[in-house]
Design a protein around this ligand. Structure first.
Ligand SMILES: C[S@@+](CC[C@H](N)C(=O)[O-])C[C@H]1O[C@@H](n2cnc3c(N)ncnc32)[C@H](O)[C@@H]1O
Length: 217
């Protein structure tokens, strides 16, 4: 039987981020944690089947907050918001979830100084709502050399007959990263640039993303 959630869900949104996506940002999470990965609390507000906790635990981050609760209700009450060191998430792509997430992490109600890593389709950086919200923050982008493939948990899409939906990567995705401050963003960019044979291309801006696309053609 398909599981129940205390919020409205769309079947196609039930896809968990793969281990390799987390693996690609590990050096940056380690940097931000000051190599104290045991204490470092990672918050993923969107709950599917707990895969995020299992993946991050496997990579050495035991302190993960990812619960089956309506994140919008949580965000609406400051006292309910969990304490965390860094937000790492892949939101649902349906309706206005991406826009709500981007607005939240760039708002004054979001804990100031907290870094975020958003795994989003590449088209998001061209959207007006995204540009308006992030213009002053200047996040950067990690574009994986190998496209991430998302896996729906078993039985979550039982009504589907088509095999097409068993594994899915409907959009090419990449990491949108902000270090919590301009200084911290620069520091993690430097950390990333020191990695030999890095699994992602780093782009500092929208125009750098365009240059990357042209280079790949
Ligand atoms: C694309 S999945 C990603 C799950 C997880 N964040 C990950 O990266 O593996 C998005 C999930 O968001 C959940 N979701 C939808 N609305 C939500 C809400 N209001 N609060 C919390 N989670 C929600 C859905 O259950 C869906 O499985």
């Amino acid at each position: 039987m398909a599981p129940e959630f205390p919020f409205v869900t769309e079947a196609d949104d039930h896809c968990e981020s793969p281990l390799d996506a987390y693996h690609d940002i590990m050096p940056l999470l380690k940097h931000l944690s000051g190599n104290e990965t045991e204490k470092f609390c990672i918050y993923d507000p969107y709950y599917c089947d707990g895969g995020v906790t299992r993946n991050l635990n496997e990579l050495g981050f035991p302190n993960v907050y990812n619960r089956k609760e309506d994140c919008y209700a949580v965000w609406s009450d400051v006292d309910q918001c969990p304490k965390f060191d860094c937000l790492v998430t892949n939101p649902p792509y349906s309706t206005d979830h991406i826009e709500r997430l981007v607005k939240h992490v760039t708002s004054s109600t979001f804990t100031t100084g907290k870094p975020w890593f958003l795994l989003l389709p590449q088209w998001v950086h061209k959207k007006e709502f995204y540009q308006a919200a992030t213009d002053a923050l200047r996040p950067f982008y990690l574009v994986p050399h190998k496209r991430y493939v998302y896996v729906p948990p078993k039985d979550f899409r039982e009504s589907r007959k088509s095999d097409v939906h068993k594994k899915s990567s409907p959009f090419v995705s990449m990491w949108y990263v902000y270090g919590g401050s301009a200084k911290q963003t620069e520091a993690i960019i430097r950390t990333y640039l020191q990695i030999q044979n890095a699994p992602c291309d780093l782009a500092r801006s929208k125009s750098a993303l365009r240059d990357l696309r042209r280079k790949k053609r």
